[in-house]
Design a protein around this ligand. Structure first.
Ligand code: SF4
Length: 419
C-alpha cells in the first residue's frame, strides 16, 4: 500500500465529505455475530473526522469526488477546479478495518460523486459494504449514500449490508433543484426513497414469518436539505421535511446551512453564510413536530413563514396563542403540558407521574427541573400566582430574553454586534 498516496486521498475525500451532515447511527440493532468485528448496537455515534487523519467515530469519506454532474451548490461539481481523487474498493475496506482495530472509529459513512453512471457508482459503494460484511465479518455501523437514479435492484442489495441508507434531497423545492442542478431529475431522488421504504416494510413483515430473513437497513433512511442556497422560507423547508417524514418514513431529516464556497450568480454571494441559529431553529421545529405533537401549520404558515431568530419556536407559538394559557399544571393533559415553553418531554412525564400523589406547587416544579424563567408566564399550579398575568406578548418576550442565559441568545447578540 502506498501510504503517502492513501493519506493524500484521505485528506481530499474526507474534506469533500464534510458538507454532508446526514450521518447519524441511532436506531441500528446489528449485533456482533460469528465472533466478527464490531457491534453497532446501542452506539451513540458522532461523526466527525479530524484534519490529522484521526476519525472521532465514523470514518466519513467519499469514494471519489470525481463527478459527471455540475450541481451549482456542490464543491465536487465537475466545473470546479479542485484536486480530485478516488479510492479503490479494497482501500476503503482496509482503511475501515485498520481504523476500527485502532479504535479510531465505530463505523463507516460512505458517499460518492457520481462517476460514469449512477448504477456504476452505486455498485462500487455496495461492493465496499459487501466486502466488509461478508469477507471481513465486520458488524460495525455502515451508512451508505444512495445514488440518485440508480436501479431498484441495487437499492435492494445496498440495504442488506448497510445499517442506514440516505439520499440527500439537497434543495427543498423542485423549482430550486431545477435552478441549481438542471441536469438532475427530482424523480431520481424519490425513486430510491420509495424503494427503501417498501423494502424495509417487506423485510420486516417477512421476518415475522421467517426468523432467518435478513435485516434490511435496520437504522432506516435519512435525507439532508441545504438551507439558504435558494430563497426558500422556513415554511417551505419544514413543509418539505414533513412530506419526507410522512411519505417515505424518514428516520431523520437533516438541515445544513449553505456555505458559499463557489462564485455563481444563482447562489448567495461568498461570505454570506447562513447563520447557525437558522439551522438550530429548524432542528428545534423538527423536534417539536416529531416529539411534542405539534402540527407544522401551527408553527409555520402564511402569516408566519419564517421562524423567529431570537426566541425558540415553541415560545414563539405560545406568544401567538396566549389565549390558551395559563395551563393548570395539575389538570392539563399531556398534549397541553408539552406546549408550555420551558417544559421538555422528560419534565412532562415527571409532572404526570408526580401529580398522581400530590398537587404540585412552584417548589415541586423547580425540583423537577423546569426552566422557570420561561414556563412561569404560561402556567398555574398549587401556589399563588407568582406575579401579574395580564402581560402583553411583547412584554413577556422581552422579560424572557432579559433573563435568558441561552448560548444561542449570546451567539445571536454576537452576530448582531457585527453589523
Ligand atoms: S451529483 Fe452529487 S457529487 Fe455530483 S455535483 Fe451533484 S451533488 Fe455534487
Amino acid at each position: 500500500m502506498n501510504f503517502e498516496r492513501i493519506r493524500e486521498k484521505l485528506n481530499i475525500l474526507a474534506d469533500a465529505a464534510k458538507y454532508d451532515v446526514s450521518c447519524s447511527s441511532s436506531g441500528s440493532k446489528r449485533t456482533n455475530t460469528n465472533k466478527g468485528l464490531g457491534d453497532s448496537s446501542g452506539m451513540g455515534i458522532c461523526h466527525s473526522y479530524t484534519e490529522d487523519g484521526r476519525c472521532i467515530s465514523l470514518l466519513k469519506i467519499l469514494l471519489t469526488n470525481h463527478c459527471i454532474f455540475d450541481c451549482a451548490y456542490c464543491v465536487s461539481r465537475k466545473s470546479n477546479d479542485i484536486k480530485r481523487a478516488g479510492f479503490k474498493i479494497q482501500e476503503v475496506v482496509d482503511l475501515t478495518i485498520n481504523f476500527y482495530r485502532r479504535n479510531y472509529i465505530e463505523g463507516l459513512f460512505l458517499s460518492s460523486g457520481i462517476f460514469s453512471s449512477p448504477d456504476y457508482t452505486m455498485e462500487r459503494l455496495i461492493a465496499v459494504a459487501r466486502k466488509l460484511r461478508l469477507e471481513e465479518n465486520f458488524n460495525g455501523y455502515i451508512h451508505l449514500k444512495s445514488i440518485p437514479g440508480c436501479s431498484d435492484e441495487l437499492m435492494k442489495e445496498a440495504g442488506l449490508y448497510a445499517d442506514r441508507l440516505s439520499i440527500n434531497i439537497e434543495i427543498p423545492t423542485v423549482s430550486g433543484l431545477k435552478l441549481l442542478a438542471p441536469e438532475k431529475d427530482h424523480k431520481d431522488f424519490i425513486k430510491p426513497m420509495e424503494t427503501v421504504k417498501n423494502n424495509i416494510a417487506i423485510y420486516k413483515s417477512e421476518k415475522k414469518l421467517l426468523r432467518s430473513t435478513p435485516v434490511y437497513a435496520p437504522a432506516g433512511q435519512s435525507t439532508q436539505m441545504i438551507v439558504g442556497a435558494t430563497g426558500e422560507s422556513d415554511k417551505d423547508i419544514m413543509y418539505s421535511a414533513v412530506h419526507y417524514y410522512s411519505t417515505y418514513k424518514m428516520k431523520r431529516v437533516y438541515y445544513s446551512g449553505y456555505v458559499p464556497v463557489l462564485e455563481d450568480n444563482r447562489l448567495p454571494a461568498l461570505g454570506t453564510e447562513v447563520p447557525m441559529l437558522r439551522e438550530n431553529r429548524l432542528y428545534q421545529t423538527d423536534w417539536l413536530l416529531r416529539f411534542y405533537g405539534f402540527d407544522v401549520r401551527e408553527l409555520l404558515n402564511k402569516d408566519h413563514p419564517n421562524l423567529d431568530v431570537d426566541i425558540d419556536p415553541k415560545l414563539s407559538w405560545a406568544l401567538r396563542n396566549l389565549h390558551l394559557f395559563p395551563v393548570d399544571i395539575n389538570k392539563a393533559d399531556k398534549r397541553m403540558l408539552a406546549r408550555i415553553p420551558g417544559l421538555g418531554m422528560k419534565s412532562v412525564y415527571k409532572i404526570l407521574n408526580a401529580r398522581k400523589y400530590r398537587k404540585l406547587n412552584w417548589e415541586h416544579l423547580k425540583a423537577i427541573g423546569i426552566a422557570m424563567n420561561r414556563a412561569k408566564y404560561f402556567m398555574v399550579c398549587d401556589s399563588k400566582d407568582w406575579e401579574r398575568r395580564d402581560l402583553e406578548p411583547q412584554r413577556i418576550k422581552s422579560m424572557i430574553l432579559q433573563s435568558s442565559q441561552s448560548k444561542y441568545q449570546k451567539m445571536y447578540n454576537q452576530q448582531l454586534q457585527l453589523f
